[in-house]
Design a protein around this ligand. Sequence first.
Ligand code: GRF
Length: 194
Amino acid sequence: MADLAVLASGNGSNFQAIIDALRGSAHRVVGLISDQPNAYALERAHRTEVPGRLISYADGKVAAERELRSVLAQLQPDLIALAGFMRILSPGLVDEFPHRIVNIHPSLLPRHRGLHAIERALEAGDRRIGITIHYVDAGVDTGPIIEQRSLERDPAWTVADAETAIHTLEHETYPRVLVRILDDLASVGKGAHG
Ligand code: GRF
């Protein structure tokens, strides 16, 4: 068994897919951490009885990350999944969790790092669009790639159509990849219960 903490700022549809997938696995989601009081992800956590924690960035990043460290110290996750978490973690914090923080990004990295990746892929006329799951390092969307999946875009698609297709791909892929990493962590004895 290994324990996962999820960080999310918004809707939390990936968080939901992760909870649903882990329910049938040996692993647990031990907490949902959000920086946004109105994040629907917090509501999803409440409904599924996953402990939800709000980290306020109102007093700046240093104070927020102090609190984040303390919450993570309580939760003791084996792995941390960013799922639409819209804050950039400071390099010092990332270094404290080497190969223990994973992110999902809605583009085929290294293309379209940062915000509005789906929109930018369409603007660039990309025929294939997709998603990347990667370890988080000190850069923005630069860490080692774990898995990518792509699909051919219908030229008639709007941004909303592309978003729907990308989200479907994310919900199929992210939980599966996380379970695989959690399985590996548990099997090498780094999981919560060896
Ligand atoms: C996803 O598209 C993810 O790739 C990006 O943020 C979005 C989060 O969506 N990092 P949701 O909150 O999981 O619905």
